[in-house]
Design a protein around this ligand. Structure first.
Ligand code: FAD
Length: 493
C-alpha cells in the first residue's frame, strides 16, 4: 500500500517533456503540505527531439490550465492535423496516404458508414474527415484556427512544437505554481535497506534530496528501473526493426508549415518531418542491421538534395519496462520505454500514463492498494501492446524492393495485430477492438478510424471488409452514401 497523504516529498528526476508535465500534474494533484521538487542536470540536457503530439496533448494542456494557443506561441508550435505517409508503397509523388485526427463519430451498427463506404469504393477514408481539404491545399494556421472555431468542425487538432521551448515554457509554468527546481546531477538513488524503496537522491555535490515518491523522468539514463533496479524489460525487437535515429533541422519546403507530420519512406526506414512556425524538425530513423550511420546520413542528403547538420545519432531498443510503478517509484517518458517515433506515440503514452496516475491517486483518496498498482502496471503494458500492434501494422506492406522493406514486412506479425488483421478481413475496426489497449477506461490512444486509415493505407484492410456491413444499413442510408461517394469522386480535395 502507498499512502500519499503521508508523503511530504514528491521528487521528479529529469526536466524534459516528461519531467515537466509530471511536475505540473503532481503540483495539481497534491496539496500544499507536499513539496514537489524537480531535479535536473543542465550538463546532461534533454533529448531535444520529439516535437509532435497526438490528441491527448491538447487535453493534457487544458487539464493543467494551460491555454493551447499560449502553448503554441511559447513553443513556436503549429497545428498538427495528423500524419501523411509518403512512399510507403515504394512509389512516387502520388504514393501517399493520410491518418487524420477525426472528430466525433456517428456510428451505425458499430461502424462509421462514410468511412466504410469510402473503403468499399477504393477511396481514402481521410475524405470523411473534414480537415482533409485543409491538409491537401496546405492551408494557413489562421485557416485552421477559424475552422476549429466552427460549432462542429468535424476534425480534431494536436500540435507540433519546439521541444526545448516546451521544456522551458513548462518549467516557467510549473515553477510559477510552486514546483521547486534543483539544478544538479544525480549520482545514485539511495535505497532503504528494509524495503528497497528510494529514500533519497544522492547528488554529485554530496547533497541528498529526500524522497517520499519519485517520478523518474531521466530519459534514456533510465535511472531507477534500468540502472538501479535492473527491472524486466519487454523488448519489441522481434517485431519492430528500427533502432537508430539521426535528427536534424531543415527549412520549410513550402510557404505554410505543413499541417501533418510527414513520414517519408526511405531505403532503410523512414524520415520524419515536423513543421514548426520557423523550421522543420526532421530525422531519419533506420535499422542498424541494414545501414550504418554514415551511409544513413548519405541517404538523407541524397533524398533532400542538400547537406544537413545532424544533431547526433540516437540508439535505442524498442520496448518498455514491464512494470513502470515499483514501490515508491514510477518511471515516465523515455525512462520507462520507447519505440520509434512513428505516430508520435511517446509523448502520447507519457501523458496517458500521467492522466491515469492522477485518476488513480485522486480516486483512491491518496491511499493506493498494491492490487491497484499491479492493475495500473498491467494496463500500462496493455497500452504499450496497442502501440506495438499499431506500429507493426504500418510495416505490413507489399513492397519488397530493398532488404530492409523485405525484412520489415516479413518479420512476424505481433500476436495482437495478427488477431485483429484476421477479423478485419471481414469487417472494419470497431471500438471493441481497441478496448484491450486502454489505460483509462473510456479512452483509446488510437480509435478505429486510425487503425482503418493505416490498414487501408498499407493494404491490410481490404474493401470487402466494408461491403457486408454496408449491406446491413437501410436502403435510404445506402443511397445517401452512394451520393457521398459520387461527390468525393467528382471533386477530390
Ligand atoms: C529520435 C526520436 C524521435 C522522437 N519523436 C517523437 C515524436 O515525434 N513525438 C513524440 O511524442 N515523441 C517523440 N520522441 C520521444 C520524445 O522525445 C520524448 O518522449 C520526450 O521528449 C520526453 O523525453 P523525456 O522527458 O523522457 O527525456 P529527456 O528529454 O531526455 O529528459 C531527461 C531529463 O533527465 C535529466 N537527467 C538525466 N540523467 C540525469 C542525472 N544523472 N541527474 C540529473 N538529471 C538527469 C536530463 O538532464 C533531462 O532533463 C522521440 C524520441 C526520439 C529518440
Amino acid at each position: 500500500m502507498l499512502d500519499f497523504n503521508e508523503i511530504r516529498d514528491v521528487v521528479v528526476l529529469g526536466g524534459g517533456a516528461a519531467g515537466w508535465f509530471a511536475a505540473a500534474e503532481a503540483r495539481r494533484l497534491f496539496g500544499p503540505q507536499t513539496a514537489v521538487t524537480l531535479v535536473e542536470s543542465p550538463d546532461i540536457g534533454i533529448v531535444g527531439v520529439g516535437e509532435g503530439g497526438i490528441v491527448n496533448l491538447v487535453e493534457a494542456l487544458k487539464r493543467n490550465g494551460i491555454d493551447p494557443l499560449a502553448f503554441m506561441r511559447e513553443t513556436e508550435g503549429a497545428f498538427k492535423l495528423g500524419f501523411a505517409y509518403r512512399g510507403w508503397h515504394g512509389g512516387g509523388e502520388e504514393d501517399v496516404y493520410y491518418h487524420l485526427f477525426n472528430g466525433p463519430l456517428e456510428l451505425a451498427n458499430g461502424f462509421d458508414p462514410q468511412m466504410s463506404a469510402l473503403l468499399a469504393n477504393g477511396l481514402g477514408i481521410g475524405h470523411a474527415v473534414r480537415s482533409m481539404p485543409l491538409v491537401v491545399r496546405g492551408a494557413s494556421q489562421d485557416d485552421v484556427l477559424q475552422a476549429l472555431k466552427e460549432e462542429n468542425p468535424g476534425f480534431t487538432a494536436s500540435l507540433h512544437f519546439d521541444s526545448h521551448r516546451l521544456a522551458e515554457y513548462l518549467r516557467r509554468v510549473a515553477t510559477g505554481r510552486g514546483v521547486q527546481l534543483r539544478l544538479a546531477k544525480v549520482q545514485e538513488l539511495l535505497l532503504a535497506p528494509e524495503t528497497g524503496w528510494v529514500r533519497a537522491l544522492k547528488l554529485d555535490d554530496g547533497d541528498e534530496v529526500p524522497v517520499g515518491f519519485l517520478i523518474d523522468a531521466s530519459g534514456f539514463a533510465r535511472f531507477s528501473l534500468g540502472r538501479t533496479y535492473k527491472a524486466a524489460w519487454r523488448s519489441f525487437a522481434p517485431w519492430l526493426l528500427l533502432d537508430r535515429a539521426i535528427p536534424f533541422h531543415m527549412p520549410h519546403p513550402g510557404p505554410n508549415p505543413a499541417l501533418v507530420t510527414n513520414a517519408l519512406a526511405m531505403p532503410n526506414g523512414w524520415m520524419w518531418q515536423i513543421p514548426l512556425q520557423k523550421r522543420v524538425g526532421a530525422g531519419y530513423v533506420y535499422s542498424s542491421a541494414h545501414v550504418d550511420d554514415d551511409a544513413a546520413l548519405g541517404e538523407i542528403e541524397r533524398r533532400l538534395g542538400f547537406a544537413v547538420q545532424p544533431m547526433r545519432t540516437l540508439r535505442f531498443e524498442p520496448g518498455h519496462f514491464e512494470q513502470v510503478w515499483r514501490g515508491n517509484v514510477m518511471a515516465v517518458g523515455l525512462a520507462s520505454g520507447f519505440v520509434e517515433p512513428l505516430e508520435a506515440t511517446s509523448i502520447g503514452q507519457m501523458l496517458e500514463q500521467l492522466a491515469a496516475f492522477g485518476l488513480l491517486v485522486a480516486g483512491s483518496h491518496g491511499v493506493v492498494s498494491d492490487l491497484a498498482i499491479e492493475r495500473f502496471n498491467q494496463a500500462n503494458a496493455d497500452y504499450w501492446r496497442g502501440i506495438l500492434d499499431f506500429l507493426r501494422m504500418h510495416y505490413d506492406v507489399r513492397r519488397r524492393d530493398t532488404p530492409f522493406w523485405r525484412d520489415a514486412a516479413e518479420r512476424p506479425l505481433s500476436p495482437g495485430y495478427a488477431a485483429l488483421k484476421q477479423v478485419w478481413q471481414r469487417r472494419t475496426p470497431r471500438p471493441f477492438d481497441t478496448v484491450p489497449y486502454r489505460l483509462r477506461a473510456q479512452i483509446s490512444m488510437f480509435g478505429p478510424p486510425s487503425w482503418l486509415a493505416v490498414g487501408q493505407g498499407v493494404g491490410a484492410i481490404p474493401p470487402q471488409a466494408a461491403q457486408a456491413e454496408l449491406r446491413s444499413l437501410p436502403p435510404e442510408q445506402r443511397r445517401e452514401l452512394d451520393a457521398f461517394v459520387a461527390s468525393v469522386h467528382a471533386s477530390p480535395p
